[in-house]
Structures are given as structure tokens and as C-alpha cells.
Design a protein around this ligand. Structure first.
Ligand SMILES: Cc1ncc(COP(=O)(O)O)c(C=O)c1O
Length: 377
């Protein structure tokens, strides 16, 4: 028999999370998660799930029936959209302007479909003209996929224009809103988005590990008319929705839902709804302006041009001669402050400073600027 390991309870410090996510979690959300666990088919719990669905619909600004939270992080939301809609051999136009666009490509190729790549330089948004050229060159494409807010660079793409183009050329749109939801304008129905996924740990300031998703009626039609079964049992929406809807008063077991994490998501979306979406977008913008002024005073330059810069994810070049690791370690050790390292092509070259959800507030901005000033001097 192996000897029993003896450890003390894990008790993390209270960090200030100003990286690319997870963001600072609302205290009310942490408290909600600590409430007593009930059964995942308890009538009180399924009543809460109905409210949660309405809250997700509000956050996405959609009336889509097929709206729920995948019991796994944003990557599973991404996979849910691709695996349910795309069939082997189908063509998907995939826009790549950072790390997460390339993850979309990998999803497409792993399911035996064909990815047609539209590449844009890192730090720039997806170019609608390049997308239109690809749509024209590939009239057999069935989908257009892109990342609304590219977390690896901090660039915001014009989802409204891109989805209109998809519609014009007979494609369904698949949109990554992991970092955009709750932080910048996003209107699923008005913009005609067909499949969208997000993450709980960014501008919703919830605990990580859940992915709100939504499918338009046209996407649901595509799913219903598949010629091949969805290759993932767990992510098959037609099975999962039997748990997420109580049509005819029946709700059946699909998997054991992460009950307490769903309390947390309910609470974070309730806080968002109480603030009002547009107020939340405005708050992110205002806090970004304060942070931007301070960063510029410190002589730090933004990677992304102002016109398409994400307020919730500020990417700045690391000044010449400054050691990335040393600075981030000191921020963490001396100030309990986490900022993000550069990702992919920007690794070692940039910092990513998040102002997401509960983190988009004045005291965080002030602390970050003061800490950076002290460490850099
Ligand atoms: C734009 C984008 N898409 C997808 C993901 C994957 O989400 P997760 O890490 O929750 O699986 C992330 C995570 O940072 C992201 O920023």
C-alpha cells in the first residue's frame, strides 16, 4: 500500500489578476460557488438553469433557443461549435490573426474538414476585404470562422461586417467571443452570428471552466441535417440540450453538471445584467483610457493601433533592456499582481494587461501603474 501523503490545505494568496484571464473573480461569485451542492436534476437547480439560460441570452443579446453553458472551458466551447456544425470534407474559411485563429484551423483539420486560411498580421484585425476575396474564390465554403477579440494580441475584429459577409456568400459564421463577451459591444442576433462561444473567466469575472455557447436557428438546421453523427458524444448539442431544456416538462440526465460552478456563472451574469451590458462596455472603455494614459506616461508603446484596440486586453511592448521574467516575478512577489506574458509570436516581446470584468476598476489600474513604475525604475 502506498503511504498516505500528508499536506496542509491549499490556501492561495489573494492576487490581483490583470493578465489575459482568469480575471479577478467577483467576491459574490466566489460566495455563490461555496453554497451547498444540490443534485443536478433537483427542481430548484433546474429552475436556476432556466434563469442562467436567459442570462446567457441577455449577455449574447440573442433569442436563440440553443443557448447554454458547456461544462468545460472556452476551448471546449470552440470545439462544440466546430464539431456540431462542420462535417468531414466541408470547407471552412478560417481567419488567423493570432493564436486562437490557428486553434480554429486545428479544430477544422482534425475533423477532416478543409480550412481555407485568411492570414492577417498579428496585432491587426481580420481584414474584411481579404475575407470577401476568400469567399469569392471559394463559393463552396460553408462556414466563416474568426476570433472577435484576439487575446494573444489585443486586436478587435469587426464581427458585424464579417458576419454580414458570411451571410452574403451563403456561409454560417462561427465566432470566438471568449474575451469579447461583456467587455465590448457584441450583438448576436442583430449581427447575424450563427454559432458563438465564450469563456467564464474573462470579462464575466466568473471562475474558469465554463463556456457559454449559442446557435442560431440556421445553425440548428445545419446540425439537424447532418449526414454524419457528431463525432464527440460529450459535446453533441442535440444530446446536451435534452438536459438544458425542459421541453414538455422533461429534462434528462446527460452528464453530471458542475453544479457549484453554474451557481457562480449565474451570479456573475446576474451582476452583469444588474450593471447593464452597455454600462459594462462603457466601464471597460473608460478604465482602458485611464490605463492607456498611465502606460504612455511610462513610455510603453501599444502593439495594436488605437482604432481596433481591445479595452479589456492591453498589449504593450516590453522596453529594450528590460527582462520580462524579472519584472513579472517582482510584480507577483512584491505586489501580488499578475500581468500576462506575450503569447506565440509576441512571447518575450510584450506584456498583456487585462482589464476584465471586476478587474476593470480604478483601484486595479492605479495599482498596476504604480507597481510598473516602481519595478521599471
Ligand atoms: C480568444 C480565445 N479563444 C479561446 C480560448 C480558450 O479558452 P480556455 O482557455 O478557457 O479553454 C481563449 C483563452 O484564453 C481565448 O482567449
Amino acid at each position: 500500500m502506498l503511504p498516505a501523503p500528508h499536506f496542509i490545505a491549499f490556501n492561495p494568496p489573494r492576487r490581483i489578476l490583470m493578465g489575459p484571464g482568469p480575471s479577478d473573480v467577483y467576491p459574490e461569485v466566489l460566495a455563490a460557488q461555496a453554497r451547498p451542492t444540490v443534485g443536478h436534476l433537483d427542481p430548484l437547480f433546474v429552475g436556476m438553469m432556466d434563469e442562467l439560460k436567459s442570462l446567457i441570452q441577455y449577455a449574447f443579446q440573442t433569442k436563440n433557443e440553443m443557448t447554454m453553458a458547456v461544462s468545460a472551458p472556452g476551448s471546449a466551447g470552440m470545439e462544440t461549435c466546430f464539431v456540431n456544425l462542420v462535417e468531414p470534407g466541408e470547407k471552412v474559411i478560417v481567419c488567423r490573426n493570432g493564436v486562437f485563429g490557428d486553434r480554429m484551423r486545428q479544430n477544422v483539420e482534425r475533423m477532416g474538414a478543409i480550412a481555407v486560411l485568411v492570414d492577417n498580421e498579428w496585432g491587426t484585425p481580420v481584414d474584411p476585404a481579404a475575407v470577401e476575396a476568400a469567399l469569392k474564390a471559394h463559393p463552396d465554403a460553408r462556414f466563416l470562422a474568426f476570433v472577435h477579440a484576439e487575446t494573444s494580441t489585443g486586436a478587435l475584429s469587426d464581427a458585424k461586417t464579417l458576419c454580414a459577409l458570411a451571410k452574403q456568400y451563403g456561409c454560417l459564421s462561427i465566432v470566438d467571443a471568449v474575451t469579447s463577451l461583456g467587455g465590448v459591444e457584441l450583438r448576436v442576433d442583430e449581427w447575424g452570428i450563427d454559432a458563438i462561444y465564450s469563456g467564464s473567466q474573462k470579462c464575466l469575472s466568473c471562475v474558469p471552466g465554463l463556456s457559454p455557447v449559442s446557435f442560431s436557428p440556421a445553425a440548428v438546421e445545419k446540425l439537424k441535417n447532418r449526414k454524419t453523427p457528431v463525432q464527440s458524444w460529450f459535446l453533441d448539442q442535440s444530446l446536451v440540450m435534452a438536459y438544458w431544456t425542459s421541453a414538455g416538462g422533461k429534462r434528462s440526465y446527460h452528464h453530471t453538471a458542475p453544479v457549484n460552478a453554474l451557481y457562480a456563472l449565474h451570479e456573475s451574469l446576474r451582476i452583469l445584467a444588474a450593471e447593464g451590458l452597455e454600462n459594462a462596455w462603457q466601464r471597460h472603455h473608460e478604465m482602458h483610457l485611464v490605463l492607456r494614459a498611465g502606460l504612455e506616461k511610462l513610455g510603453l508603446n501599444f502593439v495594436v493601433a488605437e482604432d481596433y484596440r481591445l479595452p479589456q486586453l492591453n498589449t504593450v511592448y516590453i522596453p529594450a533592456g528590460v527582462d520580462d521574467g524579472v519584472v513579472r516575478t517582482r510584480l507577483l512577489k512584491d505586489y501580488n499582481l499578475e500581468i500576462g506574458a506575450g503569447l506565440g509570436a509576441l512571447a518575450g516581446k510584450a506584456w498583456r494587461i487585462g482589464l476584465m470584468g471586476f478587474g476593470a476598476r480604478r483601484e486595479n489600474v492605479s495599482l498596476c501603474l504604480r507597481a510598473l513604475e516602481e519595478v521599471l525604475s
